[in-house]
Design a protein around this ligand. Structure first.
Ligand SMILES: [Mn+2]
Length: 354
């Protein structure tokens, strides 16, 4: 459909898509921001929003990267789909007349909005650590019952009658897949409909390449060390990794442990530089947010989550091993109390030494 035709149809569009188009019309250059160390959902939704804004309203855009692209899958996604990113420190806010934040919100701890940027667009599905704080950005589409921000962005395409490119469709579909564990967790009607809409345009070869990338030998070494530190308390698995080299190991170990028979909640943490990162996974009523809130009570940290997945971080004085050990013990105690297995005996995964 031509932009003129879309404009003509705009009065019939459902409210949010229409409001987004109205805001984008007349804008020239948009800056898209997301959280630090973007995950597939934030990469997918930012690519999708940029393509949508260009197709619908000829808005040019840049995507600012803060932090790094961590998991091998995410790096493969960037390579396969040609996702172009500008390091945040090279961004000049004065170059943009529109700022969008996807898969996170202003004020969230793992999110940097450069000084001088006022945010026009927020598209997200997370509950923040203070649900009473609600922003008043000109366009705000925050739906916590939806599994992925990529589903919200796909819905704008569908409702406005635009077709995503195969790269954009693949990115959005992979964003939905990862945030909903292949449409099995945190999944709503809107996610299913978005995935159905995207699927005919998805490059399935690229999608498979992204899902199963090659891994360096060092990855398996780190994984081996991490598995040594796993402790089981009935249906709960804890893994306090201490100091680690790569932050992605925290979430990867958490994902892996939730697949262990009999395990229904996982808490994994590790220190990288001066930040202690935590990941929570649960199948107990799907409320990872409550578990991480309980675990981090009293700590000076930030966290967020939805459904069965949550994550957070706590700043620590650098190089202080005793403070690190104490923090790990406090977090473990809190989580065991929260899931009701306080006082249970711990067992390791077991090997010939134990
Ligand atoms: Mn997400």
């Amino acid at each position: 459909m031509t932009p003129q035709a879309a404009e003509h149809r705009a009065t019939q569009l459902p409210g949010r898509t229409e409001a987004l188009l109205a805001l984008l019309r007349g804008k020239k250059r948009m800056l898209v921001l997301t959280h630090n160390n973007p995950d597939p959902d934030s990469l997918g939704s930012s690519l999708g929003l940029r393509y949508f804004a260009n197709l619908a309203c000829q808005v040019e855009s840049d995507f600012a990267l803060s932090g790094r692209i961590l998991r091998a899958e995410n790096q493969e996604m960037v390579a396969q789909l040609g996702i172009v990113m500008t390091p945040l420190e090279r961004i000049r806010p004065g170059d943009y007349d529109c700022v969008a934040l996807v898969d996170t919100q202003p004020g969230f701890g793992h999110t940097i909005v450069p000084p001088g940027c006022s945010v026009d667009i927020v598209i997200d599905h997370h509950l923040g650590d203070d649900p009473t704080k609600i922003g008043n950005e000109p366009f705000r589409d925050v739906r916590c019952d939806v599994g992925a921000t990529s589903s919200l962005v796909s819905t704008y395409f569908r409702e406005a009658g635009f077709v995503p490119s195969c790269e954009v469709a693949t990115a959005l579909a992979y964003g939905i897949k990862t945030d909903t564990a292949d449409l099995s967790r945190n999944v709503s009607e809107l996610d299913l409909r978005a995935y159905d809409f995207l699927f005919p345009y998805v490059d399935r070869q690229k999608l498979v390449a992204i899902t199963r990338p090659q891994l360096p030998a060092a990855y398996f070494q780190t994984l081996k060390e991490a598995l040594h530190k796993v402790r089981r308390y009935q249906h709960v698995a804890l893994c306090s990794l201490g100091q680690i080299g790569s932050v992605e190991m925290v979430a990867e170990v958490a994902d892996l442990l939730l697949r262990m028979e009999g395990i229904r909640a996982v808490f994994c943490g590790g220190l990288v530089d001066c930040s202690y990162y935590v990941s929570v996974r649960t199948e107990m009523n799907g409320d990872a947010w409550k578990l991480i809130a309980d675990a981090m009570k009293g700590e000076k940290g930030t966290f967020g989550g939805h459904g069965s997945v949550a994550g957070g971080s706590i700043l620590l004085p650098c190089g202080d091993t005793r403070t690190l050990r104490r923090l790990e013990r406090r977090l473990e105690r809190n989580i065991l109390r929260s899931v009701g297995v306080e006082g249970a005996n711990a067992t390791g995964l077991g090997d010939i030494d134990e």
